[in-house]
Design a protein around this ligand. Structure first.
Ligand code: GRG
Length: 303
């Protein structure tokens, strides 16, 4: 492995399944990423910089858990797990650009464009997005043609105008007048990729339509709880654990859950979402301890 994992992660108490899956995820990401001899040293370094700059790997862990719960083995979920993490990395690189949020720090480190320049950061994000789909369509050993098709459609929907990009557009337009439109924005911007993470994992494990539906219900509840706690952390989080300055949302006059209903009510809403997620799990399977634990982690997370 060419890069170490994060300082931020060292400050966080992550559920046990993160430790169990970490070496598999890190190795698979490293294997799929191109080297300098293939794409030139600058692009290779820029892509690797963001993928290995200390993400918690929440999305690939969800993919592997879904795959394991449905099919009994997490390994077939590894290519799909890499695909969702590559999309996540691309979205963060582009989100930090001067034309978007214009951020200097991500995970407590300089953002991609601050190190490699704007043009290279745009291109590294583009290349990571393409790589995600290459990984899915190239994993014939793990997936049947119909699984590849299902996963490609699911991931493409999550990333595009009906998902993450559409949510980002709503965010830029900043027209959330009430909590319902704010929830819709986040369901698209952040929630869609969580949904795809679980859906791809379930599909890799051979999920039935009913199981995929229950995983989606869990994913939607997870995404909502995640976003609300993200907003709360921006108000009261410890920068050593979050890797960002506290209070930036308020400074930038952003629509957030605490801004609409205050921190206490936001906590209650996150708790309600988590209970919804737990109900979906009860219907899904008897033994879903890891998925329960990761939902509790999101509810109580510090970074
Ligand atoms: C620019 C195409 C494009 C999309 C941007 C998803 C997104 C849209 C931007 C991400 C910006 C952001 C900070 C969203 C809030 C929620 C979120 C995705 C937080 C980061 O996720 P974590 O905590 O990140 O899983 P780590 O650092 O652990 O990987």
């Amino acid at each position: 492995m060419r890069e170490s994992s994060s300082d931020i992660n060292c400050n966080l108490r992550l559920p046990g399944c993160f430790t169990r899956f970490a070496p598999h995820i890190e190795r698979a990401l490293d294997d799929w990423l191109p080297g300098g001899e293939e794409v030139g040293p600058e692009l290779a370094q820029s892509m690797r910089y963001s993928v290995f700059s200390g993400g918690k790997r929440v999305r690939p862990v969800l993919t592997l858990l879904a795959c394991e719960i449905i099919g009994g083995d997490f390994r077939p979920g590894l290519p799909a797990a890499c695909a969702v993490e590559f999309i996540h990395s691309y979205s963060l690189i582009h989100d930090d650009l001067p034309c978007m949020d214009d951020d200097d720090l991500r995970r407590g480190k300089p953002t991609n464009h601050r190190i490699f320049g704007e043009a290279m950061a745009v291109l590294a994000g583009d290349a990571l997005q393409s790589l995600a789909f290459e990984v899915l369509s190239h994993s014939c050993a793990e997936y049947s043609p119909s699984q590849v098709r299902e996963m490609t459609v699911s991931l493409a929907r999550a990333c595009g105008g009906r998902g993450m990009v559409g949510g980002q557009v709503r965010d830029i337009e900043a027209n959330s007048e009430d909590i319902e439109s704010l929830s819709r924005l986040h369901a698209m911007k952040t929630g869609a990729l969580f949904r795809a993470s679980l859906d791809l994992g379930g599909t890799a494990g051979g999920a039935t339509l009913k199981q995929r539906d229950l995983l989606r219900r869990y994913a939607d509840a997870f995404g909502l709880a995640f976003q609300i706690t993200d907003d709360i952390l921006d108000v009261i989080g410890d920068p050593d654990k979050t890797g960002r300055y506290a209070g930036s949302d308020e400074e930038e006059d952003r629509c957030t859950y605490p801004a609409f209903v205050g921190v206490q009510k936001s906590r209650e809403l996150a708790g309600e979402a988590a209970r919804d997620g737990m109900r979906a799990l009860c219907e899904l399977k008897e033994e879903t301890r890891d998925l329960q634990e990761i939902l509790n982690f999101v509810l109580e997370r510090e970074g």
